[in-house]
Design a protein around this ligand. Structure first.
Ligand SMILES: Cc1cc2nc3c(=O)[nH]c(=O)nc-3n(C[C@H](O)[C@H](O)[C@H](O)COP(=O)(O)OP(=O)(O)OC[C@H]3O[C@@H](n4cnc5c(N)ncnc54)[C@H](O)[C@@H]3O)c2cc1C
Length: 320
């Protein structure tokens, strides 16, 4: 193991390469800090890449809520012709749909352009704290990390916890809160999946005859080039009661991808979830893949517009 004295000292070590870590590392580097970003996966983007999410940067009054580095990343993805930015959405006002690979590439380009050092395939195992002279409390002195080279330590003046789950903060012994304030239960996760070969025109004709399927005006999907949908209350009830789907949701949503014949579906759900238990995480991953496969089979069979779809991919990781 590399000793504390042997490891170089960085100004900033950012723990985790999701949206928060990317922005923190780039912002620090642009201020002249010598920084390192540590990420357990082999790419940037975190849940935004792994979980197949979309970005929403505007509020309900069409006011911009997020700008700056996130917008630079979006424009880089647009330049890669793999994102469509800020198109209207009935629920989120505007949304940005993108191919997950593009987020990896765009974030790396911006990070490398300002000399952020990236260290992939490295898991942070814990922290070492110490009371430094002049300080009034303990500070994180170094991280203990593991990769295929073995265990080592990383020293820095400042550590930024961007693990998405406060792993570093918790490892340092700072009290953390899990779930909602009232009952401690966290949001139920979903596993997004993507379908190719969706026929929007046929589906819209079906919706015009079945307005009970919609949770919004049909125009939201019919009249928008890039569209979203929320509904299927009746269909889901039918699938659950008559076809044993057993999916604990009352409605589902989907939106189109940059290629408009591809859709990304937020449909699966796992209740009774404990994100601190590997058993619970494992069960959730398996159960939501089952739901996705069975739901797609039923949609193909019963709903016009879905007959030719095929599974393009599932999120590599659940999320909420
Ligand atoms: C379907 C879905 C819809 C969502 N919708 C929204 C939404 O509308 N609005 C919203 O704000 N959010 C939404 N989210 C959540 C969104 O993905 C997160 O807000 C966002 O990704 C958080 O970014 P982050 O950088 O904080 O964490 P993450 O994206 O989780 O990134 C954390 C990174 O840290 C790395 N990491 C963690 N632990 C370690 C370790 N010990 N060692 C090394 N690396 C580590 C992980 O690999 C990951 O890359 C949604 C998520 C899903 C799945």
């Amino acid at each position: 193991m590399m000793s504390l004295d042997e490891s170089p000292e960085f100004d900033v070590v950012v723990c985790g390469g999701g949206p928060a870590g990317i922005c923190a590392a780039i912002a620090a580097a642009r201020e002249g800090a010598r920084g390192l970003l540590v990420e357990r996966n082999g790419f940037l983007g975190g849940t935004a890449t792994l979980g197949l999410v979309i970005f929403g940067m505007y509020g309900p009054e069409d006011q911009r809520l997020v700008d700056g580095i996130p917008e630079e990343i979006i424009q880089e993805m647009v330049g890669l012709k793999a994102a469509v930015a800020h198109v209207p959405h009935f629920r989120w006002n505007r949304f940005t749909t993108f191919e997950p690979w593009a987020l990896k590439v765009a974030a790396e380009r911006l990070a490398r352009a300002c000399d952020v050092r990236l260290l992939y395939h490295t898991t942070i195992l814990g922290v070492h704290t110490a009371i430094a002279s002049g300080d009034d409390g303990e500070r994180i002195r170094c991280l203990e990390v593991w990769n295929k080279g073995g265990r080592s330590r990383l020293r820095a003046k400042v550590f930024i916890d961007a693990t998405g789950e406060a792993d570093i903060v918790a490892a340092a012994g700072v009290p953390c809160v899990l779930g909602h304030n009232e009952d401690g239960i966290p949001q139920s996760p979903t596993m997004v999946f993507r379908l190719a070969g969706f026929d929007k025109d046929r589906f819209v004709r079906y919706l015009e005859d079945h307005p009970e399927e919609l949770r919004h005006p049909v125009e939201a999907i019919r009249d928008n080039e890039y569209y979203g949908f929320c509904g299927f209350n009746a269909t889901l009830r039918h699938f659950n009661q008559e076809h044993g789907l057993n999916m604990p949701r009352s409605f589902i949503c989907f939106h189109c991808m940059p290629d408009k014949k591809d859709i990304s579906m937020v449909a699966t759900r796992f209740s009774r979830f404990n994100p601190l238990s590997a058993d619970s995480l494992t069960e959730a991953e398996i159960e939501m893949r089952r739901q996705a496969v069975e739901l797609v089979g039923l949609l193909k069979e019963h709903v016009p517009g879905f007959d030719q779809v095929r599974m393009l991919g599932m999120a590599h990781q659940l999320g909420a």
